[in-house]
Every structure is written in structure tokens, then in C-alpha cells.
Write a protein that binds this ligand. Structure first.
Ligand SMILES: Nc1ncnc2c1ncn2[C@@H]1O[C@H](COP(=O)(O)OP(=O)(O)OP(=O)(O)O)[C@@H](O)[C@H]1O
Length: 260
């Protein structure tokens, strides 16, 4: 007989815990005259299987939020959680392992190792961790990013878009609980950028990936399920099912009504 325990939480009306969340997350840089409150008591949750874009004017705290959520930067006050784990409860070694095992990163500069092939770059984090890749999953990821014919190429033999797709595959190969992407299409032409974004979108739809992406680009943001808008270290707005036009309008409002 099926017990309540066997029923997925959604079906018994209990919300799955978010893949990541923050509670009154505060980050202050400098002191005295140079003191900057980059994040001002931010409460945010990133639901599992959701694609979130973070937008806002330059200096609004987007990268700082991502770095604090990913355990790349220490918080001044408040808490950041990945799944059930509160990051400030971890020592350096535990934090490194959490980043390695549970988080995938995609940066604007692809950060591939030039001497390794595409495949070696993709499996590098697992090789370092001494873990064998799940071959079926790896095949799924490689086919989803469309890299199979290029697996033995080195980064210099790949286009920018292909290199970024290698970086995406590397971020996903370990089945992380969440992927943080910082301007992943910032260096790409619009066609290559669209390929990468379509892949990220598919990984959410087909593989249930959770993605948080910082971007300045309303087109990139339109691939997300929701957009969070930051200004002066606070979340000031949220948009569900964003379109390029609506995001563009919202961004223009920042220019018309600059936050205090
Ligand atoms: N290491 C640092 N030392 C001092 N101040 C910093 C540091 N990093 C960020 N800041 C400040 O914190 C604020 C938020 O910066 P952050 O880089 O998070 O903004 P952003 O929204 O990502 O900006 P951009 O869109 O220009 O990349 C800014 O005022 C910035 O100058």
C-alpha cells in the first residue's frame, strides 16, 4: 500500500524546500567613508526547477547576491542556504566541498583550461573530486548542448558559443542542485547567445535544473521563468513569465525613477 511518505511532496500539498534561499542577507564592503551596503537584508528563495534572472542597474548588488548565495563571498549579516545547509555553519573545507558537489558555475569568461579537450574540461571537476561521471547523464548533457562532434577539440578550436556550451555542460555534469550563471552570454554574439540560453532553458524544462542567472540583457532574461529586479541592494520588483519588451520597460523605469 502506498503510504503518505511515498507520495511526492507536491501531491500532499507541501511545498518542496527551495534549492537556495537567503534570510535578511546583508553584505557591507569597506567602512567609514568607503562603506557600501551592497546587499540590504535581502530575503529571496530560488525554487527547485525554476530559472531566475537577476537584473538591475550597475552596482545594484547582483553579483554580490550571487557570490554570497554561492558561498564565494562571506556575508556580513543574515543567512544564505543551499538546500537545507546554512553556509555560515560550514568551515572552509566543508564550503569547498559544498560548492564542488552541489553548485555549478557559469561565468562570462568561459574559464576553460586551454590544454584540455572539451570532454576533459567537462569532466574536470569530477576528475578532481575523484568521482566517476554518471555516463548516461553525461551523454544526456553532451547531447543537449549539441557538443558530441566537438568533444575532442581544444577550446582554441571552438567558437565562443561552443566554448560557453562546454562551460554549461561542465556546470551540469555533476547534477548540481543549483547553477549560478554570471552574464553567461555577455561575450557572445546574439546567435551564439541564443543557443546557450536555449540550452539553459531546456535543461530547466527537461532535466529540472535550477538556474540563477545575472544578466543585463532583456533578451536573456526573457528565457527565465521569473526576473528579480535589484536596486541599491534590495529586491524591488519581480516579474513572472517575462518578455523582452516588459523587461525593457521595467529597466527603463530605473532610469526614469532612480532609486534613492
Ligand atoms: N570587493 C568590493 N569592495 C568594495 N565594494 C564593492 C566590492 N564589490 C562590490 N562592491 C560594491 O558593492 C555594490 C554592488 O556591487 P555588485 O558588483 O554586486 O553590483 P552589480 O549589480 O553586479 O553591478 P554590475 O552590473 O556593474 O556588475 C557596488 O556599489 C560596488 O561598488
Amino acid at each position: 500500500m502506498t503510504s503518505v511518505r511515498d507520495i511526492p511532496t507536491q501531491r500532499v500539498g507541501v511545498q518542496a524546500p527551495p534549492a537556495a534561499r537567503s534570510v535578511r542577507l546583508t553584505k557591507v564592503f569597506g567602512e567609514g567613508d568607503t562603506r557600501v551596503v551592497a546587499l540590504d537584508a535581502v530575503d529571496v528563495a530560488f525554487r527547485a526547477g525554476q530559472f531566475t534572472a537577476i537584473m538591475g542597474p550597475s552596482g545594484s548588488g547582483k553579483s554580490t547576491l550571487m557570490h554570497c548565495m554561492a558561498g564565494l563571498d562571506a556575508v556580513t549579516d543574515g543567512h544564505a542556504h543551499i538546500g537545507d545547509t546554512e553556509l555560515s555553519s560550514l568551515n572552509d573545507r566543508q564550503l569547498t566541498m559544498l560548492r564542488r558537489d552541489k553548485i555549478g558555475f557559469i561565468f562570462q569568461a568561459y574559464n576553460l583550461l586551454p590544454t584540455l579537450t572539451a570532454l576533459e574540461n567537462i569532466t574536470l571537476p569530477m576528475d578532481i573530486a575523484g568521482r566517476r561521471p554518471d555516463q548516461a547523464w553525461l551523454d544526456t548533457v553532451i547531447d543537449t548542448v549539441g557538443l558530441r562532434p566537438r568533444l575532442n577539440h581544444r577550446p582554441s578550436e571552438l567558437s565562443g558559443g561552443q566554448q560557453q556550451r562546454v562551460a554549461c555542460a561542465r556546470a551540469m555534469a555533476n547534477r548540481p542542485e543549483i547553477i549560478f550563471a554570471d552574464e553567461p552570454t555577455g561575450n557572445l554574439d546574439s546567435k551564439s547567445g541564443a543557443d546557450v540560453l536555449a540550452f539553459l532553458r531546456r535543461s530547466v524544462m527537461e532535466m529540472g535544473q535550477t538556474i540563477v542567472m545575472v544578466t543585463h540583457d532583456p533578451v536573456a532574461a526573457s528565457y527565465a521563468d521569473r526576473v528579480l529586479f535589484l536596486a541599491d541592494g534590495r529586491i524591488v520588483d519581480e516579474m513572472l513569465s517575462p518578455t523582452r519588451e516588459r523587461v525593457l520597460e521595467r529597466m527603463k523605469a530605473f532610469d526614469r525613477q532612480p532609486e534613492a
